[in-house]
Design a protein around this ligand. Structure first.
Ligand code: ATR
Length: 273
């Protein structure tokens, strides 16, 4: 069977092998997929070893997504714009880098949450790697606006400048401070890493209404502080588990040419978590 894996450090808690095993049995594809722990200073060497052993591709997770982008001999456009790679495929002597995190988030919002993004106002909290990866996939759904709020203003401004050429009209992507947020958004995405330290970005209550979908890219055993705050101001909330499953489905589709169904595995993971 064709071999794949997910490379990270740490990697023991990755749920990707379960997800891909489920996709493989559902689509009848004969693949193996396991966790690979790479030394912090040994990512490139680990990838070369996999290629030598005939692996067809790999997912890449923390902290190697930027290194994977520089290791790739060819980058898909969306990975280049994201500046990060979460999916590698090894073909014809090339290491091709792609990024399915943003498309996965958008698929979760549009298909699973049932919220179309066309004409919508989207507030993106954070301007790091996670935020950068979702801007192009959201723009492809023709939102009215993407507003980026970040603690460090200069980073948000730099993202706006970077994506100006991808916007359909001037001002479609803009930046603001957390204090400037005065009206509710249709979709609010927490792309900061604040949930990792059980904190939340200083987003005001005014960002949320009963019509808001508030989505945290992180997931855990209980709702993040951001999700709890958004829910207390009327928003519908969602964690990052759907994004995890959808980014895996996009990667599986790149490798195998068939996009698996995600509803059953997502429900199964929710009932376990
Ligand atoms: P990632 O790859 O997860 O995006 P990153 O590139 O280090 O990680 O970016 C982290 C993001 O979370 C940044 O936007 C950071 O804000 P700054 O640019 O101002 O540092 C944001 N962030 C992290 N902790 C935060 C907190 N407690 N409140 C607000 N923003 C936070």
């Amino acid at each position: 069977s064709d071999q794949y894996c997910v490379i990270g450090n740490p990697i023991g808690h990755s749920r990707s092998p379960d997800i891909h095993a489920s996709f493989a049995s559902e689509t009848g594809q004969d693949i193996s997929y396991e966790r690979v722990l790479a030394p912090l200073d040994g990512f490139a060497e680990t990838v070369r070893g996999l290629i030598e052993r005939g692996y067809r591709g790999a997912n890449v997770t923390v902290p190697f997504k930027l290194e994977a982008a520089s290791l790739a001999t060819r980058l898909e456009e969306r990975a280049r714009l994201a500046g990060a790679v979460n999916t590698l495929r090894f073909e014809n002597g090339e290491i091709v880098g792609d990024n399915t995190d943003g498309p996965g988030l958008v698929a979760d919002i549009v298909r699973n949450a049932g919220v179309p993004l066309g004409g919508k106002r989207v507030l993106l909290l954070g301007a790091g790697g996670a935020a950068r990866g979702v801007i192009l996939p959201i723009l492809q759904h023709a939102p009215q606006a993407i507003v980026i709020a970040n603690r460090t203003h200069a980073t948000a401004d730099a993202l706006v400048a970077q994506f100006a050429a991808q916007a359909a009209h001037p001002g479609q992507v803009s930046a603001c401070g957390f204090d400037d947020i005065a009206a509710a958004f249709d979709v609010v995405i927490n792309a900061t890493s604040a949930s990792l330290s059980s904190s939340m970005p200083p987003v005001p209550a005014a960002a949320f209404s009963r019509n808001t979908l508030a989505l945290d890219m992180m997931y855990g055993n209980k709702p993040s502080p951001f999700m709890a705050f958004a829910a207390s101001h009327g928003a519908t909330t969602r964690d990052g588990l759907g994004m995890l499953v959808e980014q895996a489905a996009e990667a599986f589709a790149i490798w195998r040419g068939v996009r698996p169904q995600t509803a059953a595995i997502l429900e199964q993971m929710r009932s376990k978590s």
